[in-house]
Design a binder for this molecule. Structure first.
Ligand code: 13P
Ligand code: SF4
Length: 317
């Protein structure tokens, strides 16, 4: 406890010295979430990064998130405590693959999930996150073809919600969310029929959750497909005593803080993202001491990506 409070004091002191704002994604370790100035989902953190007056942004999350902050604020210093914190979903498509896909669908509007590299964003018309993907696609004229990438499960969710049949979906996936499977969810839901289900749209089991609702295994109003930020909002108003949570386990910390009286349980307690967990207390301290790891995006790439990211933070406000 002594060491913890010394760590906290040192982190706050160094952040003040560097004029740094600390941002933490909802999947970060609890101690990182607790010391951050802001904790939230990808969209909320992008908006905060764009609006902050601080000269340095310390992004406790994964690399594409820090890159997105740099694209929006090229004159700010953006640090990530460990540059090796990647994302298996962002790795599932590169710029050359996207160019080849675009060539097969001339004139299509390209919608990329924020979980992509800066180079992929530079080839994109509009970025989105899980909290505004449906709004982003709905903003595109119905007669235009849409290429949606890289997450197949989020893509299937958007397709269902918008009813578009001219939406093509890339076959990428997040290894953590894809691993939360339908049978596991069905067994947990059947054992606890009064529980709400909070399901992230990147989950392979999102379709199964809706199937369970359709079959009457779980009442339809207890199945909620939500971004991580929307889960926190929903937690504050749920009347359920138990909530089964299908997403990365770091999420439980903010949910329990938002609604301490509710019993939040992970559908799969092995669903931990090793990239998110690379941002340790020691890594954050080193980052602030050394001004590392600094995130750079090629200015020409950032310039081409900026419009797509700006559209993302405007839609669904
Ligand atoms: P959101 O926080 O935007 O829902 O994203 C989830 C995610 O997997 C980020 O890596
Ligand atoms: Fe990427 Fe999945 Fe980790 Fe999110 S949980 S950062 S999508 S690998």
């Amino acid at each position: 406890v002594e060491a913890d409070s010394a760590w906290r004091d040192e982190v706050r002191r160094l952040a003040g010295e560097r004029d740094a704002v600390l941002l933490a994604h909802n999947y970060q370790l609890p101690e990182i979430q607790d010391i951050a100035d802001h904790t939230g989902d990808s969209l909320a953190l992008s908006r905060i990064a764009a609006e902050s007056d601080a000269s340095t942004i310390v992004f406790c999350g994964v690399h594409f998130m820090a890159e997105t902050a740099k694209i929006l604020s090229p004159h700010k210093t953006v640090l990530i405590p460990d540059a090796r914190a990647g994302c298996s979903l962002a790795d599932s498509i590169d710029a050359a693959q996207l160019r080849a896909w675009k060539a097969e669908h001339p004139g299509a509007v390209v919608v990329s999930y924020v979980n992509t590299t800066a180079e992929v964003k530079a080839e994109t018309d509009i970025c989105c996150t899980s909290s505004n993907a449906v709004d982003v696609v709905a903003s595109i004229p119905a007669d235009r073809e849409v290429l949606f990438l890289p997450d197949q499960f989020l893509g299937a969710h958007v397709k269902r919600e918008t009813g578009r049949d001219n939406l093509h979906v890339w076959a990428g996936e997040c290894h953590v969310h894809a691993g939360i499977n339908g049978p596991e969810l069905a067994a947990r839901a059947a054992a606890d029929p009064d529980a709400d289900l909070f399901v992230h749209p990147e989950c392979g089991c999102a379709t199964s959750a809706l199937y369970l609702a359709g079959e009457g295994v779980v009442p339809a109003d207890q199945v909620k497909i939500l971004s991580t930020g929307d889960m926190v909002t929903e937690a504050r108003s749920t009347r359920a005593r138990t909530v089964l949570v299908a997403t990365e386990v770091g999420m439980l910390h903010q949910l329990r803080r938002a609604a301490p009286e509710v019993d939040f349980r992970a559908v799969n307690d092995r669903a931990s993202c090793r990239y998110m967990k690379m941002i340790t207390p020691a890594a954050l301290l080193r980052s602030l001491r050394e001004g590392a790891d600094e995130v750079h995006v090629d200015p020409a790439v950032a310039e081409r990506a900026r419009g797509a990211v700006r559209r993302m933070i405007e839609i669904g406000k």
